[in-house]
Design a protein around this ligand. Structure first.
Ligand SMILES: C[S@@+](CC[C@H](N)C(=O)[O-])C[C@H]1O[C@@H](n2cnc3c(N)ncnc32)[C@H](O)[C@@H]1O
Length: 193
């Protein structure tokens, strides 16, 4: 387990509980979840679970994975009675089950190796939604450049193997703490694979 990530995020969530109370789902999740061909979903780096809970309320069964046990315990309490299955795991090495999901999310998190594993996790006709931060000189927070997308990166990564349903580079809204440029993409896996 990436102990440093776990310690950092557990401490952050303990100190700023309101990060776990956020409920409004990410824009690309709201807009593109209806295109999933079925109701099995996985939310990778789910945090407090705003996107997982939203999907469960729309009838999905959601596996929700995060390294922070503080976030996972909060999600268990919040999602009681909903079809959300929270799991504490390190996404550096986590292998989602292959070919079973109709929808896979990675929101406000970037692991390029995991992008490849996500592509395996979804079944034929399945949808992947990624929305996260990118490099831009006017970003309010510098952030670690390794975790920021390059211009056009998501479009180029998925472009050849998937049907792109939507791709956009945009400024985030007031619901996030710092003004940051983001990239969002929704892609569909071919139904014949
Ligand atoms: C900015 S939060 C995003 C949470 C959620 N996706 C959302 O949009 O509200 C990033 C999340 O990534 C998780 N994370 C960081 N490194 C991780 C790792 N190696 N494995 C699993 N989760 C990790 C953190 O615990 C944190 O919850």
């Amino acid at each position: 387990m990436s102990e440093r990530d776990k310690t950092k995020w557990d401490a952050k969530y303990r100190e700023r509980r309101k990060l776990l109370d956020r409920m409004e789902p990410a824009r690309f999740v709201r807009e593109f979840y209806p295109l999933a061909p079925g109701n099995r979903a996985i939310d990778l780096a789910c945090g407090g679970g705003r996107n997982a809970i939203f999907l469960a309320q729309k009838g999905f069964e959601v596996d929700a994975v995060d390294i922070s046990s503080v976030a996972i315990e909060a999600l268990k309490a919040k999602a009681a009675g909903l079809a959300v299955h929270p799991l504490c795991a390190d996404l550096d090495s986590f292998e989602p089950k292959a070919g079973v999901y109709d929808l896979a999310l990675m929101i406000n998190f970037l692991d390029r190796g995991l992008l490849r594993r996500m592509a395996e996790a979804i079944g034929p006709g399945g949808v992947i939604v990624v929305e996260t931060y990118m490099k831009h000189p006017e970003n309010e927070k510098a952030g670690n450049p390794d975790f920021l997308l390059n211009p056009g990166e998501l479009r180029d990564f998925f472009g050849e193997r998937f049907e792109t349903l939507a791709y956009e580079e945009f400024w985030n809204g007031d619901e996030e703490s710092y003004r940051m440029r983001k990239q969002g993409i929704a892609v569909k896996k071919s139904a014949d694979v």
